[in-house]
Unconditional design. Structure first.
Length: 310
């Protein structure tokens, strides 16, 4: 049981508990992937969900637990790490909350979703407010098994859903590290025009789509002057290049300074157990957001847009 004040609780992205633990100060208890601290909410990139106002609730029975949660608010999601049967019975006594996969594009849910867990048979830890509107921070989509050439498209769908704004029909998008074409597939379906840049070619079924062009080049060699051959302006830059994040930061910084593009979705791909100091440099760029998406692996996603809801 937690002792003393509970400041916030952080649910680690699955497989990245060590990264989360290094980020946090004042850790008091750990329950599987859920990390409790005695500090106010801290900046965290590797948390899948942050429980912003956790409180300890003593309960006498399954019915009592459900009633006490319902007295706080309607919508709750269970994070279960032990006593699974008892926890499930409490959750089943609460109002139903749909966890159905999204059909992209979809707006973000409009209602808060609280999180709770059973610490023992007679104690619930619950937070009515969380950083994610999705159960345990997991964003699932209805998958297309035929159109995209790989599952990387899900990562872009999640990023655009979180941003809350989409490329519009007629927008010109640069897609760096685009092979085999999962991101270009998403953008083209939204009606955007895509110039994909990679050293490897796109899947033929992507390169043959309307409004998709391809250039076999090193992404770092592309400057605004080169892009003007294809369009007078760039509405979006999408970056999923395998390289050190430090190199990505230098390249992205030059494009921000140029003013030629104002909307970015950028994947930072880490090699091994880096110290992640470069994450701070990205996060300090005004108006931007850096997160570990549910669809991310050993990477973070940095986003900067003119119009966003995050």
């Amino acid at each position: 049981m937690p002792d003393g004040k509970i400041g916030a609780a952080y649910l680690a992205a699955e497989g990245f508990f060590d990264q989360l633990k290094k980020e946090l100060k004042g850790i008091t208890k750990v329950y599987d992937r859920l990390v409790l601290t005695d500090r106010p909410i801290q900046k965290s990139y590797w948390a899948q969900n942050i429980w912003q106002n956790p409180t300890l609730i003593p309960i006498q029975s399954i019915k009592d637990g459900a009633q006490k949660l319902k007295a706080i608010q309607r919508n709750w999601n269970l994070y279960s790490f032990q006593l699974h049967r008892r926890a499930k019975l409490i959750q089943e006594s609460l109002p139903y909350v749909s966890g159905s996969p999204l059909q992209f594009p979809s707006p973000l849910p409009k209602t808060n979703l609280g999180s709770w867990t059973l610490l023992n048979s007679n104690a619930i830890l619950a937070s009515a407010e969380c950083s994610s509107l999705f159960p345990n921070g997991e964003v699932h989509f209805l998958e297309d098994k035929e159109g995209p050439p790989n599952r990387a498209y899900l990562k872009l769908q999640e990023a655009l859903t979180i941003i809350g704004t989409l490329p519009q029909p007629g927008d010109f998008c640069l897609d760096f590290g685009g092979s085999p074409g999962g991101w270009a597939w998403v953008l083209q379906k939204l009606g955007a025009t895509v110039l994909s840049v990679d050293r490897s070619p796109l899947d033929p079924k992507i390169s043959n789509l309307p409004r998709v062009q391809f250039q076999k080049k090193d992404a770092f060699s592309i400057e605004p002057s080169y892009v003007k051959k294809f369009s007078d302006n760039v509405d979006w830059i999408f970056w999923d290049v395998i390289c050190y994040p430090e190199k990505t930061f230098e390249w992205i910084s030059s494009w921000i300074e140029s003013g030629f593009c104002k909307n970015f979705v950028v994947t930072l791909k880490f090699q091994g157990n880096n110290d992640y100091e470069i994450s701070e440099q990205f996060s300090k760029i005004p108006g931007s957001k850096l997160v570990h998406l549910y669809q991310n692996k050993h990477e973070l996603t940095w986003m900067l847009t003119q119009s966003s809801i995050y």
